[in-house]
Design a protein around this ligand. Structure first.
Ligand code: GDP
Ligand code: MG
Length: 298
């Protein structure tokens, strides 16, 4: 089966069970789960890796009915962000008979989004089975969902179906994170992998396998929606360094600009990216080097 990967986010009113679902999804298979404040708009909350997919769950700004201009602006940012992910999980509660005002407002926003939206009806453990059908038809009238899946996050019921359904809409893609990784800086790791991916696409065959990328700086510029990122690209030979830099630095420039656009999309901020190419013979055999590159095994 082809390997798929992509970005997923959960939206929904307060108290519908978003955090609970996140924790269950994470389960034992999580590589990352962070609850600390992040500089980027799209902070990585968890990475779920299975044999045939990797899902990166990111935080997006909440959607609440705006009370003023600023609120409107925030909702627009939220909708923009939802357009950048690969799947949106819209979580509601089975205990409501009808979609409430808060839910309907979210639906109105989700209609503007071109990303597939899954309706997840949570807390089915609290209601009788026959209670669920009317909710499904009420929501179906509001909007066309990619799929509608009843679950009980707290009992881990239906959660695997969610993963299987979401996998279907993900693009074929790389494993951004190693299977069993422990890091409190997932964004750094993701950025390194995105840069490496561009190198794989742009540079001739023999070079990329000897290439490692280390993000040495990841820093928000105070008061600006901008992150300064510096990364070292390690290779094993002088000749490889030449190829990576290219004539008059053109290859490195190309790697940098392609990577930057993608990093900006994923992190939801402007990025100033600087790259350096360094020779480190045999870095692949160095434990210390592997640790720097983020390969901390449990
Ligand atoms: P959030 O505000 O959307 O993040 O919601 P939380 O995850 O914090 O959950 C709000 C409350 O609903 C908590 O008391 C959870 O224990 C409860 N809850 C979450 N999922 C379920 C579920 O599937 N069944 C039941 N009965 N309670 C749930
Ligand atoms: Mg929560």
């Amino acid at each position: 089966m082809e390997f798929k990967s992509g970005f997923v986010t959960i939206v929904g009113r307060p108290n519908v069970g978003k955090s609970t679902l996140m924790n269950v999804l994470a389960g034992e298979k999580v590589s990352i789960i962070s609850d600390k404040p992040q500089t980027t708009r799209n902070a990585i909350k968890a990475v779920i890796t299975r044999q045939d997919f990797q899902m990166i769950f990111i935080d997006t700004p909440g959607i609440h009915k705006p009370k003023n201009k600023l609120g409107e602006f925030m909702v627009n940012i939220a909708v923009d962000t939802l357009n950048e992910v690969d799947a949106v999980l819209f979580l509601v509660e089975a205990t409501d008979t009808n979609p409430g005002a808060g839910d309907i407002y979210i639906v109105e926003q989700l209609k503007k989004v071109k990303t597939p939206v899954f309706l997840i009806i949570n807390k089915i453990d609290l209601v009788k089975k026959e209670h669920i059908l009317p909710i499904i038809s009420a929501y179906k009238e509001l909007m066309a969902f990619e799929a509608i899946i009843p679950i009980s996050a707290i009992n881990n019921e239906g959660v695997d179906i969610v993963l299987q359904e979401v996998r279907k809409v993900l693009p074929e893609g790389p494993k951004y994170f190693p299977d069993d990784m422990l890091t409190d800086q997932p964004e750094k790791m993701l950025v390194a992998e995105l840069i490496r991916e561009k190198i794989l696409h742009l540079v001739s065959d023999e070079v990329p396998h000897g290439v490692g990328v280390e993000v040495i700086q990841f820093k928000e510029r105070a008061g600006k929606n901008l992150i300064d990122i510096q990364a070292n690209i390690y290779c094993e030979k002088e000749s490889h360094k030449g190829i990576l830099i290219g004539k008059e630095g053109r290859m490195l420039k190309k790697i940098g600009s392609l990577a930057r656009v993608e990093i900006e999309n994923i992190l939801g901020t402007k990025v100033f990216l600087q790259l350096w190419v360094k020779i480190k013979p045999d870095w692949r055999n160095s434990e210390a080097m592997l640790r720097t590159l983020g390969y901390n095994r449990r």
